[in-house]
Write a protein of this length. Structure first.
Length: 385
């Protein structure tokens, strides 16, 4: 069997071995505290599940239009107008099988061979792999803790070349939790507009935010809006990770091309999940507010406790549910007969010796860090830390 060159360039997750080891330990009855979760530990709100049950009972179990049911697309347009002061028509929106699928559609639709896509590091693990699948080149720009892990104006300008097609912006960020403010976004928007490149604005953690407010870069003027593809979904905000509903909004001709691509890949997202998502977007936001309030308490405890541990530190995240832990002072040190050469070895050591599972920073593009999720119970957080 011959594997295609496209499939060969996709890297397997370096965390799979750690995950497999943690699962094996749990199966053996060992109490492993996991800080790896990339999803809320809360159940989907009852009123959303009830909407899915009603859809089932009414027989909404058939194909829908590839781009999504009109009721959901209208609800998405209403959400953009209310939350982000953004006006989109239903022809400028596309519903897909998760925000990841939306981003994948955008990259495959916009990128040709040898195009470049600028990705600030640390980044969500799938960005570079999606770019490589499209035959394009990921251009990784390392951000620094001194600038709260945000790409600077100078860095973006320096990275743009004649081959640049897209800049990926993730705010609030996975894994750092950092949020770009209005001034920072305006500066980035000017560079994007002046350069004529596209921006993917990944806003999946928009609702999970604490000391600041979320601003969509697309809302900062008509010029930047024409160059921006806004991506969002219900996975994080409504604890609907398994429902697989994400959406994108942007210029009509790009959205139509993305829909054509989706026609011949997944077709429509699950019909029942779409009807449930209408209710999530239009219904009560009380459960969301409760969840964010609980995340905020956990964040405070985790940040304070981590910063009291000798050899590691973190800055307070503005959004999402992760702490990005600086472990650079541990790299090169020894534990028993093992040298901690990188974040993977440290991660394995924490699992083996402390029965604590974390995610190594190398998968996000920075080997001096590890990621801890506080999307787990306070009891687990206290014990694990």
């Amino acid at each position: 069997m011959t594997i295609s060159s496209r499939a060969k360039i996709i890297n397997p997750s370096p965390t799979l071995a750690i995950t497999a080891k943690a699962n094996k330990m749990k199966a053996e009855g060992i109490n492993v505290i996991s800080f790896g979760a990339g999803e809320p530990d809360f159940d989907t709100p009852v009123f959303i599940k009830d909407a899915a049950k009603i859809a089932l009972d009414k027989g909404f179990t058939k194909y829908t239009p590839t781009s999504g049911i009109i009721e959901l697309k209208k609800a998405i347009c209403e959400k953009f107008k209310k939350d982000n002061t953004l006006e989109y028509s239903t022809e400028e929106t596309l519903v897909s099988c998760g925000a990841k699928h939306s981003i994948f559609n955008i990259i495959l639709t916009l990128c040709d061979e040898d195009d470049e896509v600028i990705i600030p590091s640390p980044y969500w693990v799938s960005y570079p792999e999606m770019v490589k699948v499209a035959g394009a080149k990921p251009v990784i720009i390392k951000t620094h803790q001194n600038f709260n892990f945000k790409i600077t104006l100078h860095q973006l300008k320096e990275a743009i070349s004649s081959k640049t097609k897209i800049f990926i912006l993730n705010s609030p960020s996975n894994p750092t939790g950092m949020v770009y403010n209005e001034s920072e976004l305006k500066s980035l928007a000017k560079v994007i507009v002046d350069s004529g490149i596209y921006c993917i604005s990944d806003e999946i953690y928009e609702k999970i935010i604490y000391d600041t407010k979320h601003i969509s870069i697309a809302s900062l003027g008509e010029e930047i809006k024409k160059l921006t593809l806004v991506v969002n979904g219900v996975s994080k905000s409504y604890s609907m990770t398994g429902w697989r509903i994400g959406y994108a909004a942007g210029p009509k001709e790009i959205i139509q091309a993305m829909s054509n691509l989706q026609d011949h890949s997944t077709s429509n997202p699950t019909s029942i999940a779409q009807y449930a998502t209408v209710e999530a977007l239009k219904g009560s936001q009380q459960e969301l507010q409760k969840m964010v309030s609980e995340f905020e308490k956990r964040r405070e405890y985790m940040v304070d406790t981590v910063n009291s541990i000798n050899g590691i530190s973190t800055i307070r995240p503005d959004g999402a549910f992760y702490c990005w832990i600086n472990v650079s002072r541990l790299i090169g040190k020894n534990f028993d007969d093992k040298t901690i050469k990188d974040s993977l070895i440290l991660t394995d050591l924490l699992l083996t010796e402390s029965k604590v599972a974390v995610v190594p920073g190398v998968v996000f593009g920075d080997d001096d860090f590890i990621r801890l999720s506080y999307a787990t119970s306070m009891e687990n957080i206290v014990e694990g830390l």
